[in-house]
Design a protein around this ligand. Sequence first.
Ligand code: FES
Length: 574
Amino acid sequence: MTHTPSQSLRSQNWFSGFSRDAVIHRSWIRGLTEDAFDGRPIIGICNTFSELTPCNAHFRELAQKVKDGVWQAGGVPFEFPVMSLGETNLRPTAMLFRNLASMDVEESIRGNPIDGVVLMTGCDKTTPALLMGAASCDVPAIVLSGGPMLNGHFRGQIVGSGTAVWQLTEAIAAGKMSTRDLAEAETCMARSAGHCMTMGTASTMASMVEALGVALPTNAAIPAVDSRRDVLAQIAGRRIVDMVREDMRLSKILTREAFENAIRVNGAIGGSTNAVIHLLAIAGRVGIDMTLDDWDRLGRDVPTIVDLQPSGRFLMEEFYYAGGLPVVMKRLAEEGLLHRDLLTVSGTTVWENVQHAKSYSDEVIRPLSKPLVSSGGIAVLRGNLAPDGAVLKPSAASPHLLRHTGKAVVFENIEHYHERINDPALDVDENSVLVLKNCGPRGYPGMAEVGNMGLPPKLLKAGITDMIRISDARMSGTAYGTVVLHCCPEAAVGGPLALVQDGDTIELDVENRKLHLAVDDAELEKRRKSWQPAKAPSGGYGRLYHDHVMQANLGADLDFLQGCRGNAVGRPSH
Ligand code: FES
């Protein structure tokens, strides 16, 4: 194959000519390959491999498949690491570092001779972090998810990672399970390489990138260990080379309509509430003015048709065998719920990608006429407790609690919750409303997934399985319950949540999107006078984050990272 050097490739700004810098750029690369200088597209493979991120621990092998594809299509691959965000180990919470990782991605792409990039994502925050960083550079990019784990099995039952943890620990608290059995169950959940196989945040985001058109069709559901995942990686490698030649940059795909499709798909799959924050942040990077109201408006009439845990019964493996996301998108498109003509990274439109999809199980992917939940989109609540909005996932909630009035039982922060929740004398019953403060983006730096706080053990023992819980926190996409999350503004910046006290009456009315604290304004004003902001961290990334993180309704990005800064290097190197 012959290659004609092209000045239009960014990599040629590094590699062409005989300036001293060009000699330096080429000379060191020659130790790896002689093929990078003749005008072939240079493809970065942005790899979030880490053994501390078990969900992404198989990425070295997967990256090799991408490289094979890049070579086959006449490109030259260069793999590079970026900060990996493992949900299970990283403290205080992986979300604290989503924006930091996105900076790593953005600067790694912009600062290097990269013409296009494959973003290798898996565990929850890796997907938004990489897409946010790449979007701020606006290079041709394709997202390749690592794929979900195979189903977990415990004593004849399938167990979903994450979801089972909540169920099993509730069984322990209710005195219905021994720690010995729990230890056995623990060994049954991570059966293979891959990320959580429930419709948690990782599977949701893998679906979101497919719905946005920045990942190839079938990206979301192929199990990590299925050979089709390797083939998909190879195709992604081939395709990104063509995308460079076509100058198909992210801004051509990440349009407002693409986000609208993703919001609708999220309702149909019963996706994670975390997708709200991540999509708002990604939209912010490409200058699309998307709001919580878009989520409510577009998701309101979308039925949840995918019967996966935590909303339903099955897991990602069954979802793949049933036909995966293309079936869901085809069903939505046939009902006029998707924009069909949008361009995707495959080079074809949304409709061209899904029109031939076939369902192999109407139990796992239901027809729209027989949904799991008829109005499955994320509900956006407003009222004096959340003037800038709060969210609730109807498909994971208890229908009888969607309209409820109860007395608040208040926890000032997560430590206070842990101190009080096991107390048999805690004044709480099943009609109470548990309120947790100071767990928002700034309050618990990173906005921890603690919003689905466990119920008081004395109520679990009495057979109560759900109560209304309200906080400024997030919850794991694998979790469930009637849980109001992301109250904005958060308590730590003086939002009304900070003013709630034990015994206050709270009214929730999901149908009318209302969240009301029945305390008069004069009393709230009195309480506000004694409110004190928490101390800021003294330095480091924690201080940068504290000073610049935006509220959840704006995507919790750092304010100075919003927008697309393009891929031109700020100061020419020669
Ligand atoms: Fe990584 Fe769930 S812990 S996806």
